[in-house]
Write a protein that binds this ligand. Structure first.
Ligand code: ATP
Ligand code: MG
Length: 401
């Protein structure tokens, strides 16, 4: 039997060697795998440890009491600081060790501890969002040709606003101070805002726009700061045209008796006057202000040297009204030849805004009657409806006369 068997040793030995080699490589493989797993686990632990740390600091940050934003009024010789927070009176406070004392200057914005009002940090100087948003980036699409019947006023405003920006050297050579700006006064709906938009459309200057009532309503206690920041923005971006609409809401007469709200408005006005007088001349900054209540404006705003020109924007004349009719009916589908002159003669005292309303109303008549074009009769009916009570209109016109 032994004879018939093939020699086992080499074969067996061979298998064994094979087996051991296989086993060996399998084990090495496994070790490699486990090792890489270990590496992975170690990295994962590190990552999670870092994550825990991050969350802890995040938690600390969230638990940190809020800081109050204030501004520095004065710095005392002993290093203490007089601050004003938006909540009320001025306080004398210390500042934290960690704050770079060099950076605390009069006027800088600082973060204050809620309890002690100590200065915890100096904030980067930044513009208030309202001021930052007041820059009109996209040019309004109103042009001078969209304005009817105000060619003299448009010429005046261009002389006072556009030319000084374009030709400031000429003023310097001649030796006169260029005009600072204009005040547009006139009844509601006569095109004051429109003119300012058209000026913005036609110049390459930066245009910043602010509405007086917004300034005092939204930002009680901050109006003066906003005015200061507005002029700062204007100077940085010069040449600039600042348009202050509804200036009467900050420029009303200063009265003796005043509520705290009135005092706030007055502070805003004082700041506006101070900026207009400014130590550095506002060579490349022009101001256009508009109001429909010139009667309540403070004399200080009206005296020479502030607004160089007060341009009256009157209720349109007969020819003005006809022009405005033509402008606003331009895009309308009109069936027949409409005599705008005769329409104009029928609405004495109507403002540009009224005439726009008449045109819209004429279109409405066509729509009501399911027609696709507008007729003269539609305009006639619209005048009756919009201008309506002639007596009432006359009264409101004489109020501004
Ligand atoms: N002269 C005009 N030519 C053409 N359209 C005019 C004219 N005046 C007024 N309008 C029309 O009336 C609308 C209102 O005008 P605008 O806002 O300029 O009046 P305003 O004088 O600023 O009034 P308020 O004093 O109430 O602010 C304009 O959008 C325009 O459609
Ligand atoms: Mg207006």
């Amino acid at each position: 039997m032994a004879d018939t068997e093939s020699p086992p040793a080499p074969a067996e030995g061979f298998d064994r060697v094979n087996f051991l080699e296989l086993r060996n490589s399998q084990l090495t493989e496994a070790i490699k795998r486990v090792e890489s797993e270990r590496h992975y686990m170690e990295a994962e632990i590190l990552r999670l440890q870092r994550e825990v740390k991050r969350l802890k600091t995040e938690l600390d940050r969230l638990r940190y009491p809020p800081l109050i934003v204030g501004s520095v009024r004065d710095i005392l010789t002993d290093g203490r600081v007089v601050v004003k927070s938006s909540t009320g009176p001025d306080f004398v406070v210390n500042s934290a060790e960690t704050v770079d004392h060099e950076k605390i200057t009069i006027g800088s914005r600082v973060a204050l501890n809620k309890q002690t009002l100590a200065v915890m940090g100096v904030l980067p100087a930044s513009l208030d969002p309202l001021v930052a948003a007041s820059e009109v980036v996209e040019k309004p699409d109103t042009t001078y040709t969209d304005i009817g019947g105000l060619s003299d006023q448009i010429r005046d405003i261009r002389e006072a606003v556009e030319y000084p920006l374009l030709r400031s050297e000429l003023y310097k050579k001649v030796g006169v101070d260029p005009p600072k700006g204009v005040l547009l006064v006139g009844p509601p709906g006569t095109g004051k805002t429109m003119i300012a938009k058209a000026v913005a459309h036609h110049t390459h200057a930066t245009f910043v726009r602010l509405v007086g009532s917004e300034l005092v309503q939204k930002y009680i206690g901050e109006g003066a700061r906003l005015v200061r920041e507005l002029f700062q923005l204007a100077k940085e971006k010069a040449p600039t045209i600042i348009f202050i609409d509804e200036v009467d809401s900050i420029g009303a007469k200063r009265l003796e008796v005043a509520t705290s709200g009135d005092r706030e408005v007055q502070r805003t006005l004082m700041q506006l006057l101070a900026e207009m007088d400014g130590f550095e001349p506002l060579a490349n900054v022009k101001i256009i202000a508009a109001t429909n209540r010139p009667d309540i404006l403070d004399e200080a705003l009206l005296r020479p040297g502030r607004f160089d020109r007060i341009i009256e924007i009157p209720v349109p004349t007969y020819t003005g009204r006809a022009e405005i009719f033509k402008i606003h009916s331009q895009g309308m589908a009109i069936r027949e030849v409409v005599d705008f002159e005769s329409l104009a003669s029928r609405c004495e005292g109507a403002t540009g805004a009224d005439i726009k309303a008449i045109c819209t109303e004429a279109g409405m008549w066509a729509i009501r009657e399911e027609r696709e074009t507008v007729t003269s009769a539609d305009f006639e009916r619209a005048i009756d409806k919009v201008v309506g009570d002639e007596e009432m209109r006359k009264e409101s016109v004489t109020m501004f006369a």
